[in-house]
Design a binder for this molecule. Structure first.
Ligand code: 5RP
Length: 219
């Protein structure tokens, strides 16, 4: 199976976690696009979606799925999103699609985070994938110097601004053995809008696409 077929497999499998007549939090990316397409087949059984990006909002609306503002919702039963990497405890690197800030905001509203990913995303230790960090532009050089002290080499993502109008630093060379403490540390740095470590908002469940079918990891 191709990587895209594995993404489609878990996109469909995630329907099982959608709560009848409830709101569903929707992430961003190519795996989530498959989920959105599958969600359209049961759209009459949900109240609507809370979206984490302009791109996902457009796709949901194109399917005729109602999209509510995150600010209008107190709690979501479930949030479904992909990941760039996920470790054995459900901690993730996210932000490859530059949607990390709104993804963390919507995930924070949710009671359960269901990660959908092809098997290449499962890693023993986070950090091989460059860590995305949304920053305020004037802070970018200082944030890069702070990462250098941790062995990270930062580069601004060329030609990309987030839906919030900020640049992204991609940081290579990190070994994120303790994701929660690293997320906590980076969150203290002035000018960091969002770091793409999702440890406080780690997955409750990961549906992993493998050639043998969907493997369910529960954390
Ligand atoms: C977007 C994300 C995505 O979930 C992540 O990049 C995975 O994307 P894909 O499903 O296309 O592999 O965090 O900001």
């Amino acid at each position: 199976m191709t990587q895209d077929e594995l993404k489609a497999l878990v996109g469909r499998a995630a329907l099982e976690h959608v709560v009848e007549n409830g709101w569903v939090g929707v992430g961003t990316g190519s795996t989530v696009n498959h989920f959105i397409d599958a969600l359209a087949t049961i759209k009459h059984r949900i109240r609507g979606a809370v979206s984490s990006s302009d791109a996902s909002t457009a796709r949901l609306r194109a399917h005729g799925i109602e999209v509510a503002d995150a600010a209008a919702v107190d709690v979501l039963p479930v949030y479904i999103d992909g990941a760039d990497e996920i470790d054995g405890k459900g901690c993730m690197i996210k932000g490859g699609g530059a949607a990390l800030t709104r993804e963390k905001i919507v995930a924070d509203l949710a009671q359960r985070f269901i990660c959908i990913a092809d098997e290449s995303k499962l890693v023993p230790v986070l950090g091989r994938y460059p860590l995305p960090v949304e920053v305020i532009p004037m802070a970018a050089p200082q944030v890069a110097r702070r990462f250098a002290a941790f062995g990270g080499q930062s580069a601004l993502r060329v030609g990309v601004l987030t839906d919030n109008g900020h640049p992204i630093l991609d940081v290579r060379g990190l070994v994120i053995a303790d994701p929660l403490s690293m997320e906590t540390e980076i969150n203290q740095w002035p000018g960091v809008v969002t770091v793409g470590i999702f440890a406080r908002h780690r997955a409750s469940v990961c549906l992993l696409g493998t050639p043998g079918g969907v493997r369910t990891l529960t954390f």
